[in-house]
Design a protein around this ligand. Structure first.
Ligand code: SF4
Length: 538
């Protein structure tokens, strides 16, 4: 590649403020500003010529200074659908400063038509097309579209991300990636359309080199494997984990890991043990629905023919917390499914549940089907900031089979129950009784910022921040201190999450109430469902 220099401003757009995942408040307890560090942009920085100069601005942690735009020769940006409004604003701002903008990442790859104002689009996985982009730039071209062939990128050649561009203290955790893709077929999922069903993994040496770099840069603490499904290629993973364990031992366990995995993780005791040995402490699992028929219809068969609650409890038995996703609004749902969903969540004893309404993401099989059936709403892929933070408030961007009002009422009831303080604390209590932290280190490594919330002052701060739950949270804290002190740190962490989840759920409920009121106003009770749908989406 080139010796010539170029100044690149990498800007990570703001997430919409009221999203479930936007839990900036609990981060402040440890002095962080935002949960996750932007892995995509620092990977792109590593792919570009290293003679170029880079500046990274994460708009979620820092205000963008227009002097930085003026400094740059080009601005690179992009992200997920929840970042779409800020990304589009940024393109306009850069143009006002006469700077070309390159946009990439999942949302532009799925909905390029929304980003036509950008000068360059990099679609799909960047590794294979970045050289073409650089050559075009050096030839003096100032616009173009570079589309990667699907699922062809050899991730073993992906360089170590430029972790040095991050300010570690700004984040609750740093992200790394081992694999891309997932073998399953969930109809609503865009992962398999973006990254394929044949998970591609990095080499063991490559992963350890990434951890070496993080370690050498002085980072200690929580590292999240942002894989679509960490256990998508179990064979490769089982070859990697023993080396990861040896690395952790040799470095005195500087990192505690989390990830995302399918629920069939619970079928594999050997794998669970390996995750335990390597210091994984949390896993996000897509559970979606208690109803087998619904799971079959959404093509999530891996969740059927099993007792999900037992699977979750088994993962607790290996000392890992489970957070999970649940969805309301599938075609096959029976009337009033709120009670069965609530019972299901309570049985699982999962405190942090992301319950959302079905949202047809662009670039999914669900969207293909709904388009064929003429049920998809116009502008379904536009992130409407004013309608709420994400699919927790404005999901169902299509004509549902069940009356929309029923879906909204069910959803409202689930949210109101699940995030009611005593229900939340009750699930923490039950989880704490199952979380087996034996054989694990109790102390976080020196330098891990999460140590700040381990002190009794930290606990007071958290519990005082949730006045509605104060009494009940103290009870939960004391129960755990008495019965399973090794789990106490995680119980405190889950209580800290409520600083976000309590207000988040109240805001989401208000937005659902507004949608229901709009339906009631527009609709005479006997009007057909379709007209009520249209009213609620306007
Ligand atoms: S298991 Fe998760 S990542 Fe895999 S297809 Fe289903 S939703 Fe997508």
């Amino acid at each position: 590649m080139t010796d010539r220099s170029c100044r690149v401003l990498l800007v990570y757009p703001k997430f919409v403020p009221n999203s479930f995942w936007n839990y900036a408040e609990p981060c402040k307890l440890i002095g962080a500003r935002y949960p996750a560090a932007p892995l995509g942009l620092i990977t792109v920085a590593a792919l570009l010529p290293q003679t170029w100069e880079f500046k990274l601005v994460n708009s979620n942690t820092d205000d963008l200074d227009t002097a930085d735009i003026d400094w740059a020769d080009m601005v690179m940006t992009g992200g997920m659908q929840n970042q779409q409004p800020d990304c589009l604003r940024l393109i306009d701002l850069c143009h006002a400063h006469d700077k070309p903008v390159v946009v990439g990442g999942p949302d532009v790859s799925s909905s390029p038509h929304l980003y036509v104002s950008a000068d360059f689009q990099v679609l799909g996985e960047a590794e294979d097309v970045i050289k073409d982009f650089v050559s075009a730039w050096e030839r003096g071209e100032r616009s173009g579209i570079f589309a990667a062939e699907k699922f062809q990128v050899d991730v073993t050649k992906t360089p170590i991300p430029r972790f040095d561009l991050l300010t570690f203290e700004h984040y609750l955790y740093i992200c790394i990636q081992y694999s891309r893709g997932c073998p399953f077929t969930c109809e609503f999922c865009d992962i398999i359309e973006l990254y394929g069903r044949n998970p591609r993994t990095k080499t063991n040496a490559q992963m350890l080199a990434e951890l070496d770099r993080l370690y050498a840069l002085g980072y200690r603490g929580h590292v999240d494997f942002v894989d679509d499904n960490l256990i998508g290629n179990k064979k490769a993973l089982k070859r990697f984990l023993p080396e990861l364990k040896a690395w952790q031992e040799a470095h005195d366990y500087p990192f505690e890991f989390s990830t995302e995995a399918s629920v069939n993780l619970a079928d594999d005791d050997a794998l669970l043990e390996m995750l335990k040995q390597t210091n994984f402490f949390a896993v996000f699992v897509g559970i979606e629905s208690p109803d087998s028929e619904t799971l079959i219809q959404m093509r999530k068969k891996q969740n059927t023919k099993r007792n999900i609650a037992e699977c979750i409890h088994k993962i607790y038995g290996y000392g890992m917390l489970v957070t999970a996703g649940f969805i309301v609004g599938f075609d096959s749902e029976k009337a009033s499914m709120a009670d069965s969903m609530i019972d299901f969540i309570e049985d699982c004893a999962i405190p942090v549940c992301m319950v959302g309404m079905l949202f047809a993401l662009p670039n999914t099989q669900l969207t293909v089907r709904l388009t064929k059936e003429g049920r998809l709403h116009e502008g379904y892929d536009i992130m409407a900031e004013d309608k709420g933070g994400d699919h927790c408030s404005f999901g169902i961007n299509f004509d549902p089979k069940r009356p929309l009002r029923d879906i909204l009422s069910d959803y409202r009831r689930i949210l109101a129950h699940v995030f009611e303080p005593s229900a939340y604390a009750g699930r923490i209590d039950r989880l704490a009784s199952m979380l087996n932290r034996s054989g694990r280190r109790r102390d976080l490594p020196e330098g891990d910022p999460r140590r700040r919330i381990g002190s009794i002052e930290g606990v007071y701060k958290i519990i005082n921040a949730v006045p509605k739950a104060r009494e009940i949270f103290w009870k939960t804290f004391n129960n755990c201190a008495r019965n399973n002190p090794a789990a106490l740190r995680y119980v405190v962490l889950l209580m800290a999450m409520y600083i976000h989840l309590g207000p988040f759920s109240r805001r989401a409920i208000e937005q659902i109430d507004q949608r229901i009121a709009a339906l009631d106003q527009a609709e005479p009770a006997h009007a057909p469902a379709e007209s009520r749908v249209a009213a609620a989406m306007t």
